[in-house]
Design a protein around this ligand. Structure first.
Ligand SMILES: N[C@@H](CCC(=O)N[C@@H](CS)C(=O)NCC(=O)O)C(=O)O
Length: 200
């Protein structure tokens, strides 16, 4: 199997963490450049986004949620997504929340990276930051159990790691409960630090 991603992508970090935990030693991780029109990523995924999983039989699988679903199937149902319905629904919804915050954070980052100051929209940045703040507030009240390793905790940790890097909001100052959450997750899941952009 091959995973095409950039090592800085918060969505690409999700399957990289999961593959480490599940012991997928045959997973080859290859770089992809979504900004390069010549990169095959645009043929493999019409959306031109990473991560992309290429199965040994040639099938192309995207996005990160479907890749984790695929890993869960390969490693045995329940390994990343609980099987019991109520737990499954809650876990998948946490994943959607964390991924949605990451989506908003990516848009904030793109607005500042790809658009010059004169055409940048403060209204749009505020709109996206509102999603980030509301998502983090919600997680402060109810968060997935940080001692578990599943699609909810993986996505939440990758989202916080991305906010740490790009600093779209000052989440550590404003949401101290989530600092404790990430510390607890890191202690339980060495895969998080092992997949950092610059692992120690
Ligand atoms: N829903 C997708 C989001 C993937 C995504 O937004 N990836 C970003 C990198 S973090 C990307 O490829 N951006 C390039 C683009 O939007 O053209 C997933 O979960 O995989």
């Amino acid at each position: 199997m091959r995973l095409r991603t950039s090592l800085t992508s918060p969505f690409g970090r999700k399957p990289r963490m999961a593959a480490l935990r599940l012991g997928f030693a045959d997973l080859e991780i290859l770089n992809a450049d979504t900004t390069d029109p010549a990169d095959e990523i645009r043929q493999d995924n019409p959306l031109g986004k990473v991560p992309l999983l290429i199965l040994d039989d040639g099938r192309r699988v995207y996005d990160s949620r479907v890749i984790l679903e695929c890993f869960d199937h390969m490693a045995g149902p329940g390994s990343l997504i609980p099987v019991a319905w109520d737990d499954r629904l809650r876990t998948l919804t946490f994943q959607s929340l964390a991924d949605g915050v990451t989506d908003a954070a990516v848009l904030v980052s793109y607005e500042t990276r790809y658009r010059s100051e004169e055409i940048r929209s403060q209204k749009w940045l505020d709109h996206q930051r509102g999603k980030i703040i509301r998502g983090l507030s919600s997680l402060t009240h109810t968060a997935p159990d940080p001692t578990r390793f599943d699609v909810a905790t993986i996505s939440t940790a990758c989202m916080l790691g991305y906010l740490d890097w790009r600093k779209q909001v000052d989440w550590r100052a404003d949401f101290p409960a989530l600092v404790a959450w990430l510390d607890a997750f890191r202690a339980a899941a060495p895969e998080f630090d092992a997949t950092a952009r610059d692992p120690a």
